[in-house]
Ligand binder design. Structure first.
Ligand code: FA5
Length: 342
């Protein structure tokens, strides 16, 4: 037995000298310890060893097996590591964080504006949430206090599905889910595609985008609303802006406002963009109605909140100087390609 073991050891040492890569180590391991490997065969011979010698011979065999196995496994591991490092450091290396070498497309201008706004709000501690495009009647209307007989619930204004659900008519449809998802303090924005059964013209589409925001905490006031909107608009227009509030009406806010921004293009002097009025109507907003907070599981005696619903297409038109909303959905590449990925 000892002779056979020595033979195998010599064989292994000879083989090791010829080893070039990881595969050779793997082959040698199988050649030794595989199903019909040299060592496996040796162990089979144990059955012919006399009983009184079995212990001693078995020990010799096991020691030899251990020695050779360690040698192979350890070298196999080392070479595996070396090969991996070589791959990582070689030209084969793929850094998935690098930008693609050649960008053939460009982002849609509305996506660029949306991302810019998201960046500003996230820097102020807001989370960005996704909303559904198909919504329940409850979320779209009931949860946000839109009464049974409100015209928005009518077939003429809303795309109803056969199953009684609706194509979301406003991003406020996500309010209830978000109020329920987070406990106050809440700062969330949720951009999304909305649908209304409207006649299309230069400023109205049947499919358009809004970006809604909610802030819920103790002692939230209209001041918070004004602060966050001014911050966002100043960053988007790259200069300090002035805003003003006019009274408005929405069933889900009380009081409700229309927020205007002093025309950032003419500083309020009057120009074609603000139709010479000096101010641009930008964003409906208000303090969240106590019933809407209640529907979202929030105690209006303890918490208050404000919300705004920015027209994202309108913001895009403003910052790109487009004057027809239909251009945004037109797929007109000549126009859209002018907006480069930032
Ligand atoms: C709403 O949809 C409210 N849910 C906004 C809101 C949220 C108010 C939170 C208070 C608190 P409104 O219907 O005015 O409000 O739409 C908001 C904005 O969406 C408009 O100012 C406009 O910019 C845009 N918008 C509305 N309808 C269209 C349309 N058909 N095409 C393009 N943009 C539209």
């Amino acid at each position: 037995m000892q002779n056979k073991i020595n033979e195998i050891k010599q064989y292994v040492l000879g083989k090791i000298k010829q080893i070039k890569d990881l595969k050779d180590w793997q082959t040698l391991r199988v050649e030794m310890f595989g199903k019909s490997g040299k060592f496996t065969e040796l162990f089979k011979l144990m059955r012919d060893v006399p009983a009184e010698e079995k212990g001693k011979v078995g020990q010799i065999l096991n020691n030899a097996k251990q020695e050779i196995e360690n040698l192979i496994v350890e070298n196999e591991r080392k070479m595996g590591e070396e090969e991996l490092n070589k791959q990582i450091n070689s030209a084969e290396k793929i850094d998935i964080t690098l930008p693609a070498e050649k960008c053939t497309g460009s982002l849609h201008p509305r996506t660029i504006i949306q991302r810019e706004i998201e960046e500003v709000f996230t820097s102020m501690g807001f989370v960005v949430e996704d909303g559904n495009e198909v919504e329940t009647e409850y979320n779209n209307f009931t949860a946000v206090n839109v009464p049974e007989n409100h015209p928005a619930r009518d077939m003429q204004d809303t795309f109803w599905l056969d199953n009684g659900q609706v194509l979301k008519t406003h991003t406020s449809a996500s309010q209830n889910r978000i109020l329920k998802k987070y406990a106050p303090p809440i700062r969330a924005i949720f951009p999304g595609r909305c649908f209304r059964n409207e006649d299309v013209d230069a400023s109205h589409e049947n499919t358009f985008f809004q970006l809604e925001g909610v802030i819920v905490d103790k002692d939230v006031s209209v001041g918070n609303l004004i602060y966050f909107m001014k911050e966002m608009l100043s960053k988007i227009f790259n200069k300090p802006v002035e805003v003003r509030l006019r009274p408005g009406f929405f069933p889900f806010t009380e009081p409700s406002f229309e927020m205007d921004v002093k025309c950032p293009f003419c500083d309020g002097k009057g120009c074609p963009t603000c139709k010479n009025g000096g101010w641009i109507e930008l964003c409906p907003c208000g303090m969240i109605h106590p019933q809407v907070l209640k529907n979202g599981g929030i105690d209006p005696e303890v918490y208050s909140g404000c919300a705004f619903g920015l027209g994202l297409d309108r913001m895009t038109m403003l910052s790109t100087n487009l004057n027809d909303i239909r251009e945004l959905n037109s797929g007109n590449l000549k126009l859209l390609k002018q907006f480069k990925i930032k």
